[in-house]
Design a binder for this molecule. Structure first.
Ligand code: SF4
Length: 266
């Protein structure tokens, strides 16, 4: 059966083919999670809950309460600290900072912030040229007056995308193609990245030529991966800084040891 391509599948292939082989060809999955990813999932969960609960008068104390509860309730034994100079409490506080920025930009003094929200964690699937794609949109909005969709993505990471790159980015681009396939699009779809650490939003509206570019690139990339998948020689390690965040050192042919990241004991 042909695989369904997510952005993360394509991105893993681009970063390291050995990691792709381990993850997607051998199917090895682990519960291990880096603290950065853990804080990101707690922040995502809280924002999702804010929209699902549809409480337009929510205050920041309630948001912090939800975050603390999510952090405590979901904690598990396979969370790792990569940067030994940092403390777990710093990551916890960073999550609060992200939520504070989100609250200030979207909720405070804006009682209609729920108005256009169509859904959170929206699963999308579509096919192009016989290849299946899938993704999960953090939040989808629809402004019925302007007849316009907005795809929202929350980022707790450090790096901010430039507007030029955002116009043809493959992650939100994959969601964009999905929305084009699913709905009648009258006006260009808005893509909105919420860079929560900084309280900065990057907003673009790709034109049809950008959508076509993204479609071609997704199909080309997925086909290339499928073509290469039958030959083991195509999958080799690409050692780089990202190895520090990789949980597959035991399976990786380039590594002799386990990842030295520290398991966090509570
Ligand atoms: S440790 Fe590095 S080279 Fe090995 S699979 Fe992970 S990212 Fe690739």
């Amino acid at each position: 059966m042909s695989p369904r391509f997510s952005y993360s599948r394509i991105n893993t292939f681009n970063n390291c083919r050995e990691a792709y082989r381990i993850n997607y060809i051998k199917g090895i999955r682990k519960d291990n999670e880096n603290i950065e990813a853990y804080l990101g999932s707690c922040v995502h969960y809280v924002i999702e809950e804010i929209y699902n609960n549809a409480n337009s008068s929510i205050n920041f104390d309630e948001i912090v309460y939800m975050y603390k509860k999510s952090w405590d309730d979901n904690w598990h034994d396979s969370i790792y600290l990569i940067d030994g100079r940092k403390k777990v409490s710093q990551y916890y506080s960073l999550g609060i900072e992200c939520l504070k920025n989100f609250y200030k930009r979207n909720i405070e003094n804006n009682s209609s912030f729920l108005k256009n929200a169509l859904g959170s964690e929206v699963e999308v699937e579509f096919s192009m040229d016989g290849i299946d794609f899938r993704g999960i949109i953090d939040r989808l909005d629809f402004d019925s007056q302007a007849s316009q969709y907005t795809i929202n993505d929350y980022k707790t990471s450090k790096r901010i995308i430039s507007p030029k790159k955002a116009q043809r980015d493959l992650q939100l681009g994959l969601y964009l193609v999905a929305i084009h396939q699913k709905f009648d699009i009258e006006n260009p779809v808005i893509l909105k990245w919420h860079f929560l650490r900084y309280g900065v939003d990057i907003v673009v509206s790709p034109e049809m030529e950008d959508v076509d570019f993204i479609k071609n690139k997704l199909v080309k990339k997925a086909k290339a991966i499928l073509d290469m998948s039958s030959d083991r020689e195509n999958f080799y390690p690409n050692e780089n800084i990202l190895c520090n965040w990789c949980h597959y050192w035991e399976e990786c042919t380039a590594k002799d040891t386990s990842n030295p990241a520290k398991r966090i004991l509570k």
